[in-house]
Write a protein that binds this ligand. Structure first.
Ligand code: GUN
Length: 296
């Protein structure tokens, strides 16, 4: 089978164009410039790359950005004070604390401190709850919603399909399953979640019309786990050593792409699949926050 390659670069560019248009309209018609604050604690190399990409995308779309780089040694109280300062900053409509945080910090308490109106990640319990009950006016979590938009804009119908999500993280697996099961556009799927304690994951993935791999293990999904004609979405971004690559590593997904792709009707590549969608949805949420805070 020759699979349809779901082009995350193209679809994210379309979403970003729409966001740039919305930003321009907000400025012209309401005098409001959407603002996003990004907090990074410490020097984790992957976090540095992701945060840099987020700030750069803000600049490209006309969104005001505030980057706060905080020392690895920051205390919980100091970090919460930084978040509270941003909660009270009228120029900031979205606040993102890049995860993971150093182990001495309490992530849950940090997320709880973000004003839910500015929680563009959709990590705050209030927003997770709203999402779960199907509130269409709130925020949607960036990566899972990005997957949904990829499928929708690739004309892949999820209604009545069996979607198997591999991974149960709060950032991807759990909210992904929650979105796909909603009675809503781009959803209405029958959803199974697999995780590290699921015996015989292959038995479940073989029954899937749609597989979303978000387990964080390179090449975890092999050809034998996928039924002919399935749609495979790869959320994984894993660094693996590669002496031939300029940086000494390359990025691979959770799916053994070369062997899985020939069995699929559609598949996302890594890179160029889900990755760029996460940032596009973050920008869209920032505009949503700016509108909502300003009653627009
Ligand atoms: N770390 C990995 N993915 C994400 C994300 O989507 N948001 C935040 N804040 N941290 C992350």
């Amino acid at each position: 089978m020759n699979p349809f390659i779901i082009d995350g670069r193209k679809i994210s560019a379309e979403v970003n164009d729409e966001t740039a248009q919305a930003v321009a309209e907000l400025k012209e018609q309401h005098g409001v410039t959407p603002g996003l604050a990004v907090l990074r604690v410490g020097e984790d190399p992957a976090s540095k790359v992701y945060v840099g990409m987020k700030v750069k995308k803000c600049e490209q779309l006309g969104i005001h950005s505030v980057l706060k780089v905080l020392p690895e040694t920051i205390t919980q109280e100091e970090l919460l004070a930084q978040v509270n300062e941003l909660n009270n900053d009228d120029k900031v409509h979205g606040i993102l604390v890049q995860l993971p945080l150093p182990s001495h910090l309490n992530e849950d308490e940090v997320i709880d401190t973000i004003d839910p109106k500015k929680d563009v990640d959709c990590f705050h319990p209030t927003n997770v709850g709203k999402m779960l009950i199907g509130d269409q006016d709130g925020f949607f979590p960036c990566t899972p919603h990005g997957v949904q938009v990829l499928l929708e804009r690739s004309n892949i119908d999820t209604t009545g399909k069996h979607a198997v999500v591999i991974g149960r993280s709060n950032i991807v697996g759990k909210p992904m399953a929650a979105l796909l099961v909603q009675k809503a556009k781009g959803a209405n799927a029958t959803v199974t979640i697999c995780h590290s304690r699921t015996p015989n994951i292959a038995e479940l993935t073989q029954q899937a019309d749609i597989i979303v791999a978000a387990i964080g293990k390179p090449h975890f999904v092999t050809a034998g786990m996928v039924k002919d004609g399935a749609v495979v979405v790869d959320v994984g971004i894993n660094r693996v050593d590669d002496d031939t690559a300029p940086r000494g590593y390359k990025l691979v997904g959770d799916v053994d792409y070369d062997n899985v792709a020939p069995k699929c009707s559609a598949i996302t590549p890594v890179p160029g699949g889900v990755g760029p969608m996460t940032i596009a949805m973050l920008m869209k949420n920032t505009v949503k926050a700016a509108k909502s805070i300003n009653n627009i």
